[in-house]
Design a protein around this ligand. Structure first.
Ligand code: UVW
Length: 321
């Protein structure tokens, strides 16, 4: 097998960046585009008041879809009704006889529906905005998920249903699409992707997780998704997309078909342009509703958790139609 080129070689020295665009201290990148005017623009796309929550379950009985190497949530009850009774003198004893349940969980912050911090990936020793990758050691001192969580993400969402457009329940492993395909699907849906839209793309691949077995899902693991080209990166830069949201684990085809490079768009979009990535998002119910009445835009709102130095955060985004 020929060796994949280095990320710098694939993207090129002159790859588009937004470093410095919002000053030397910026940690939220393209989310800066989502100002009060964009919130009001999003609100104008609410018609019926239907609410869709877009998180996948944490701790589903069949396990949760995670990137290879990560694990589903490990949640354990440490207090429940069995904690009280004969021989259980250590149980909390409140006047009046109150009993309660408590649990503790170990989670990968990227182990369910999530927001990635801009400092989550890098190459050549630099993360978003040119911060030194040494600032990631022991926790993200720069471009963690905290500033994203403090800002919140609210704007006009547009959903492009690539699976439906291609007449499939879900795109297949390794199946790719680009911005031309997105615009073609958008035109077929009767919608346009506008500047500053939160861009949601449905592939059906998280739905596939629930329809298949983990063995089948992970065999020759290669998610479908966007594929790298310089033109695609320029399109993201020019369209000023603040946030890319998909129902895949990593928002792009896992391994580039031509070069074999893994996840180059993470670097080109997140590290270089400052586009926030949201992954493992549940879009099937929202897509059903949009397809029913042909309205593919809505108010999108998401508040990741304020995890100090976090590389990401679980999230339950909301779409209001
Ligand atoms: C990796 O960074 C490997 O994946 P994700 O963006 O899904 O967290």
């Amino acid at each position: 097998m020929t060796e994949a080129p280095a990320m710098r070689e694939l993207l090129g020295e002159d790859t588009p960046t937004n470093w410095g665009k919002w000053g030397p201290d910026d940690e939220v990148g393209c989310l800066n585009y989502l100002d009060a005017g964009e919130v009001l623009r999003g609100i104008r796309h609410v018609r019926t008041g239907e609410v869709f929550t877009l998180q996948t379950p944490m701790g589903h009985p069949k396990g949760d879809p995670v990137f290879p190497g990560r694990e589903s949530i490990d949640r354990e009850n440490i207090l429940d009704e069995s904690s009280w009774g004969p021989g259980k003198e250590d149980a909390p004893d409140f006047p009046g006889g109150l009993h309660y349940a408590d649990d503790v969980a170990k989670i990968f912050l990227q182990g369910s529906s999530q927001y990635d911090a801009l400092g989550h990936v890098w190459y050549d020793g630099k993360i978003w905005n040119g911060y030194d990758a040494e600032t990631t050691v022991g926790g993200l001192d720069k471009a963690s998920v905290l500033p994203i969580a403090e800002k919140g993400v609210v704007g006009r969402g547009v959903l492009i249903d690539m699976a439906r457009h291609r007449g499939k329940d879900n795109l297949e492993k390794g199946e790719t699409f680009d911005h031309h395909d997105l615009m073609e699907a958008a035109a077929a849906q009767g919608v346009t992707i506008e500047k500053h839209d939160v861009l949601l793309i449905r592939t059906g691949f998280i739905g596939y997780w629930y329809r298949t077995t983990p063995e089948e899902f992970y065999q020759d693991f290669n998610e479908p998704g966007l594929t790298y080209s310089r033109e695609l990166v320029e399109w993201f830069r020019d369209t000023e997309i603040p946030n890319l949201v998909t129902d895949t684990i990593a928002n792009e085809v896992t391994k580039e078909p031509e070069t074999g490079v893994a996840l180059p768009l993470h670097c080109a979009l997140m590290r270089n342009l400052g586009v926030t990535l949201s992954e493992v998002i549940w879009l099937d119910d929202l897509a059903e509703a949009c397809a029913r009445d042909g309205r593919w835009t809505f108010l999108y709102a998401a508040a990741p958790l304020k995890v100090v130095q976090g590389t990401g955060s679980p999230v339950n985004p909301i779409a209001i139609r």
